[in-house]
Design a binder for this molecule. Sequence first.
Ligand SMILES: NC(=O)c1ccc[n+]([C@@H]2O[C@H](COP(=O)([O-])OP(=O)(O)OC[C@H]3O[C@@H](n4cnc5c(N)ncnc54)[C@H](O)[C@@H]3O)[C@@H](O)[C@H]2O)c1
Ligand SMILES: O=C(O)C[C@H](O)C(=O)O
Length: 320
Amino acid sequence: MARPKIALIGAGQIGGTLAHLAAIKELGDVVLFDIAEGTPQGKALDIAESGPSEGFDGTFKGTNDYADIAGADVCIVTAGVPRKPGMSRDDLLGINLKVMKSVGEGIAAHAPNAFVICITNPLDAMVWALQQFSGLPAEKVVGMAGVLDSARFRHFLSVEFGVSMRDVNAFVLGGHGDTMVPLARYSTVGGIPLPDLVEMGWTTQEKLDAIIQRTRDGGAEIVGLLKTGSAFYAPATSAIEMAEAYLKDQKRVLPCAAYVKGALGLDGLYVGVPTVIGAGGIEKVIDIKLNKDEQAMFDNSVNAVKGLVEACKGIDSTLA
Ligand SMILES: NC(=O)c1ccc[n+]([C@@H]2O[C@H](COP(=O)([O-])OP(=O)(O)OC[C@H]3O[C@@H](n4cnc5c(N)ncnc54)[C@H](O)[C@@H]3O)[C@@H](O)[C@H]2O)c1
Ligand SMILES: O=C(O)C[C@H](O)C(=O)O
């Protein structure tokens, strides 16, 4: 059977890391696309030349021509601009919306059957716009954010509790911005929910609150340290986890920015929710039950995302 084809739209920091991870995990043949001439070609060749030592098979092509993504099974989109210190993700909306238009048209023309994972910020609005511009089915177009935000939460918790990250599970829902909703009640260490761990005296509510806030600020913390760009290792790993779930029909339960109509009281919006990813793309949105406080935080986040979607419609009248 032929290897799957993975198209990476954007060959910057995340795009290059995605290509390297896809190579090491032997997920398929990789095409790196970018408007910058030489960058995708150089990264593709560099990664291919690591093959003999690493011992992977697969082909790696860099290109500036959308025709080369033809027939891709998965497209992962990082094309656009990252924020700089002092900026919010939302400040990228105008510039990255234009990028989503050209990327959506490129995917529609050459890879209409692909499972598309958007990473470009501001994430929830950009994945919505990408689905609109490409016209692909909503269950095949999804945004990566919840896996990353939850991984940050899990990492901070594992350090606090002094346990393996493998035994920490966490869910962060809502929009990928300052209003994101880390759900303590649905997050566990060794299967024990965080509120119970506070009651047991293993940590304090103050420490847990600080970890939740650090999770919300996780992207900005890295932007502040790097100064010239944003996180790329953990974002790439998170998107590869989603791509692998699709390619191997793993039925993974992952928090993603999915199109939600009906569940969680939503009437057609891309926002972070628990999903099941398998060969059908987003096969299920889990209609998680929230308590009053959680619902208020989720509603606040939903409203922030709705505001960004309206802003997109104001910029590009074809979206209205
Ligand atoms: N969703 C998340 O959790 C998450 C996490 C990290 C970063 N991001 C976002 O991902 C995006 C990419 O981040 P990065 O660090 O890889 O940035 P980067 O600047 O390193 O790479 C972006 C690449 O996009 C290319 N590009 C620009 N316009 C293009 C177009 N029209 N078509 C094709 N390629 C184009 C650029 O040439 C560049 O190589 C940013 O918007 C960033 O904010 C999101
Ligand atoms: O914070 C950013 O600008 C990038 C990304 O959204 C992240 O969370 O790392």
